[in-house]
Structures are given as C-alpha cells and as structure tokens.
Write a protein that binds this ligand. Structure first.
Ligand code: MLT
Length: 273
C-alpha cells in the first residue's frame, strides 16, 4: 500500500476551537480554487480550508501504480491530522464527494458532518468506466489536458453556459493549470471506486445533499438516492445551476454549508454533554 501523502491545504479562514472546521474537497479536473467564492461566504467565524486532491493543484501525485480514491481519502485524513484537525465538517463536490465518502468509510471519526454536492454514491457503469480509462490514456499519450478541456463548459448548467460564459473561461484556466499525469490518475481512481451507498446508511450524523437542477453529470435523481440512504439529510436543489454549483451559485452553497455546520456543532455539543 502507498503511504499517505501530505496534500496542499488552502486555508481560507481560521476560527475558534469551539466551532467545527469546514473542509472543502474539489471537483475533477480542478483544484481547491474552485471554492474561492464559497469560502468567504460561509456564515460565522469558523475555520474554512480546502485540500488539493492528489496530483491536482499544489498536491503531488501519490506515486502509486494502482490509482485509488482510498489513497486520496487516506492522504486527506493524514493531512488534516498534520494540521491539527481531528474532526471536521467535510464537504465534497462531485469527485470531492467520492473522496468524502471514502473518508467517511475509512476514517469515520473525522467526519462530524457530511456535505455531498453534485455527486453520487454509486459506482460507474461499464460504459462510463471504459470512457474514463480511454480519456486517461489520451491524457498520458498526448501529454496535454486537451481531452478534458471541454469540461470547462460542459460542467456548467445550461443557464450559466448561456448567460455567464466568463465562468467557462475561469474553469478553463483551472483545467489548463493541471498536469496530464494528475488528471489521468484521478480518472483512473474514479473508475476504480466502489458503490458506497451502504456507507451512507451507516452514517447517523448530519448531512447535506445539494444539487443543481441543471446538473447532467450527477442529476437530481442521484441526489435523491443518497438522501434516501441517509438518516439526517437536508436536500437542497439549486435552481438554474449545473454541476458546478459552488461556482455558479456560491451564496446558496455557502448558506447550505453553514446550516450543515450549525447542525454538526449542535450534535457535537450534545454528545459532549
Ligand atoms: C467532477 O466534477 O468531479 C466529475 O464530473 C466527476 C466525475 O467525472 O464523475
């Protein structure tokens, strides 16, 4: 097994010890900067930070021959412990959601509250898995990120694509700054992930499931599936937003994260008596 890697952390805000920190995990093929608009809007003075997943943003690749989101989750856990966090509200968007689920599965004590945004708990079907492996091969053989460049537009909802084309430019800049090797590793790791719906069934803590009503990649039905498996989930459907709700409607996303963190704080206080 590959030892956990220390990942790059973007600290947006520090906060008092009596409020749980919020840890943000980004989408594919981006990095933590996709949270730039959300982080300052999360209500209250709490600690808000984001972690670049392996091989993306400022994080080195894990150097394993078998890409796995389990390794990504172990690296996130090791990184949080290294910065002094033993419990947090963990919020992941799309691939970040897959990693949040792996973290909950493998390091449940770390997760005081769970935010799943524009993501799914199920594994890929055969067609999606084969496409990911093909794209990973293209990234590696071309030595460019061209194979995923169209995602700068396709991740956005129809409304954003039409009314705010500058968002696609911004996402395109983030994609262009990733390494082909890091993006390919992430594709292969996502292709290998298992169905983690049962992990949700075992989680009794507070959860947020949020989805853009124009999300094609992880549609409302995928969100409803996760809600039905969770004991204490709030569902938020964001109007006129696609797969990148954190970029398309940061205010709504930040408010929902704040509400989740408030529930997690209250649960933790109750548990401490
Ligand atoms: C993402 O936004 O992270 C990707 O759409 C995830 C995926 O390809 O399943």
């Amino acid at each position: 097994m590959t030892p956990p890697t220390r990942l790059n952390v973007l600290t947006y805000r520090t906060g008092p010890d009596d409020l749980l920190p919020v840890v943000l995990l980004h989408a594919f093929p981006l990095d933590s900067r996709m949270w730039d608009d959300v982080a300052p809007l999360v209500p209250g003075p709490r600690n808000v930070l984001a972690v670049d997943l392996p091989g993306l943003g400022g994080s080195a690749g894990p150097g394993t021959s078998a890409p796995s989101l389990d390794d990504a989750a172990d690296a996130v856990a090791a990184t949080l412990v290294a910065v002094g966090l033993t419990r947090a509200v963990v919020v992941g968007l799309s691939m970040g959601g897959y990693v949040a689920l792996a973290l909950l599965d493998r390091h449940p004590g770390l997760v005081a509250g769970l935010g799943l945004l524009d993501t799914r708990s199920t594994a890929d079907d055969d067609g999606t898995r084969a496409k990911r492996l093909r794209v990973a091969g293209e990234l590696e053989s071309s030595g460019t990120v061209d194979a995923v460049r169209p995602m700068a537009t396709s991740l956005l909802g129809e409304t954003s694509q039409t009314l705010r084309p500058e968002l696609a430019d911004r996402i395109g800049v983030l994609i262009d700054q990733q390494t082909p090797a890091g993006v390919a590793w992430s594709q292969r790791a996502m292709a290998a992930r298992p169905d983690r719906t049962d992990v949700l069934r075992r989680f009794a803590g507070p959860a947020l499931v949020l989805v853009g009503d124009e999300d094609v990649a992880a549609p409302v039905a995928a969100a409803e599936h996760m809600v039905s498996a969770l004991a204490a989930a709030h569902l938020v459907v964001v109007p006129h937003a696609g797969h990148l709700t954190a970029v398309e409607d940061p205010g709504t996303v930040a408010a929902a994260i704040g509400e989740l963190a408030g529930r997690a704080d209250a649960d933790d206080r109750r548990a401490r008596g």
